[in-house]
Design a protein around this ligand. Structure first.
Ligand code: FRU
Length: 495
């Protein structure tokens, strides 16, 4: 039976979703049907389609009581909205259905696990949000909350762990048919840990062990974990809150962390070998992955950061928040690599290319412009010239505005800068990242989709993502060199 709360949310989004024209949204990045979106949830392949649920507040473009929005796609790029899947309509989740995941049960039904939130008011006027894990079962459109909810509560948290920071279950099915899930939690040291749970049927869950402990190394609480095998290794992704910066690798605030290591299936021990950021730009958080039917591990993150949510078009906008491009993951040289899903190549049209162009000063090239483009650029020092000092690409450009990537080979630093994108807020607009280059040779693939940019560096060795709200008329692209650069550039429109 559909609750009143769910019914109202479904009605509301149906009516107000229609008032947002397709041109006012990103084209191939998923945005909320109406209102606010944060984390990807329940990212899965089910009944012949990719399903993406998302943290959703349909009634406002700001965060509020969390619902699960829902969309499906055949290629991860063209999304079709389905009705809200979950609303906060039970005693145990009345203050929010927080992040979680999805799997297919052997009988063909889809199982969702999410965090139910119940606010506890304190005598001093403050509050704490108690968090428990809940299930819902459905057919890909309608979901019924499990009568045995909640399935994991404070009783299932190891000693010292907080019941107010116990969220974001990510489930998977093992080869032997049993199930596992991992959940973010705050232990007594105040930082983060990832807890492992086990189930034989997907409904009755038991605590197993601590899969990974932060020990105050990377921020505090670890949110939205994901764990999977990749190219002979195991990868643990999580999004730490309250990071302090470390060189150019980790920035302040909410970050993303990738731990690469080994996992012993017998003892269920995870041994860490390497750590890195997942994204080196400004806007990326809480990614989730799935395995495609043809065996690719694909990741989508929330292309936003909690610390920059005041960077908006206008205060009363109809939608806020969008997902990143789906990215194919691999491990090369002990690092996580990300490439746009190959399906994006199907959208390429109107190719314009230039080989071996000399850039010294500012250069514009005929046919190279647009706000929905796939731009591949390779730069190197011009033969016979000294190493250039700086190279920059400006885009979303007109007389007033631009956003840029600039690269200084002497420092090996690539910077994204949206200070001049039209933003009227004094928040973070720049970020620097150290990148590898071969004596000034660097490769960039830049994807623009109306309100965002994602740069894939050196075939996916690093990615920098940022949201930008510059007017769509600002569609210029230009190249600038301090010194002399030799450049190949290929541009495609994406349609
Ligand atoms: C991460 C997060 C999750 C939580 C959700 C609430 O962005 O804080 O930990 O489940 O957002 O919307």
């Amino acid at each position: 039976m559909t609750s009143q709360t769910l019914w109202e949310a479904r009605k509301y989004e149906e009516v107000f979703g229609k008032t947002i024209s397709p041109e006012e949204r990103p084209d191939f990045h998923l945005s909320p049907r109406t209102g606010w979106m944060n984390d990807p949830n329940g990212f899965s392949w089910y009944n012949g389609k990719y399903h993406m649920f998302y943290q959703y507040h349909p009634y406002d473009s700001h965060w509020g009581p969390m619902h699960w929005g829902h969309a499906v796609s055949e290629d991860l790029l063209h999304w079709e909205y389905l009705p809200v899947a979950l609303a906060p309509d039970e005693i145990y989740d009345r203050d929010g259905c927080f992040s979680g995941s999805a799997i297919t049960l052997p009988d063909g039904r889809q199982l969702l696990m999410y965090t139910g939130v119940v606010r506890e008011h304190l005598a001093n006027g403050g509050h704490n949000d108690a968090q428990i894990q809940c299930l819902a079962v459905g057919d890909g459109v309608d979901y019924v909350k499990y009568e045995g909810n909640p399935v994991l509560t404070d009783k299932d948290i190891p000693k010292g762990g907080s019941r107010f920071d116990f969220r974001d279950p990510k489930m998977w099915r093992q080869e032997d048919g049993s199930y596992r899930c991992i959940i973010g939690n705050r232990p007594a040291d105040g930082s983060g840990q990832i807890l492992l749970y086990e189930s034989q049927d997907g409904f009755e869950w038991h605590y197993k062990k601590i899969l990974a402990a932060n020990n105050d190394r990377f921020g505090k609480m670890w949110e939205c974990p994901d764990f999977f095998p990749l190219d002979g290794k195991w990868v643990l992704l999580t999004s730490p809150q309250d990071m302090v910066p470390s060189g150019f690798e980790y920035h302040n605030g909410n970050g993303t962390l990738c731990l690469i290591g080994d996992y012993d299936r017998e003892t269920e021990n995870f041994t860490e070998e390497a750590d890195q950021s997942v994204d080196y730009g400004i806007d990326f958080y809480a990614p989730q992955t799935l395995l495609t039917p043809d065996g690719r591990r694909v990741m989508i993150g929330w292309m936003q950061n909690w610390d920059t949510c005041n960077h908006r078009r206008v205060q009363e906008e109809a939608w806020f928040g969008q997902m990143s491009l789906p990215r194919e993951l691999s491990i090369r040289n002990g690092r996580l690599y990300q490439q746009p899903v190959r399906e994006l190549e199907e959208m390429r049209c109107n190719q314009v290319s230039y080989q071996g162009v000399t850039v010294s000063g500012t250069l514009r090239l005929e046919g190279i412009k647009g706000r929905r483009v796939d731009l591949e650029v390779v730069i190197r020092p011009e033969e016979g010239c000294d190493l250039y000092r700086k190279f920059a690409i400006r885009f979303a450009q007109n007389d007033l505005f631009h956003t840029s990537f600039s690269f200084r080979p002497g420092e090996s630093v690539l910077k994204v800068d949206r200070k001049f994108s039209g933003s009227r807020r004094a928040i973070i607009h720049q970020r620097r990242s150290r990148v590898n280059h071969d004596n000034g040779r660097l490769k960039l693939r830049i994807i623009l989709d109306r309100f965002s940019v994602e740069a894939f560096v050196n075939d996916g060795e690093q990615v920098l993502s940022a949201v930008l709200y510059t007017d769509q008329e600002a569609d210029g692209i230009s190249f600038i060199a301090d010194g002399t650069v030799n450049m190949d550039v290929v541009k495609y429109d994406l349609a």
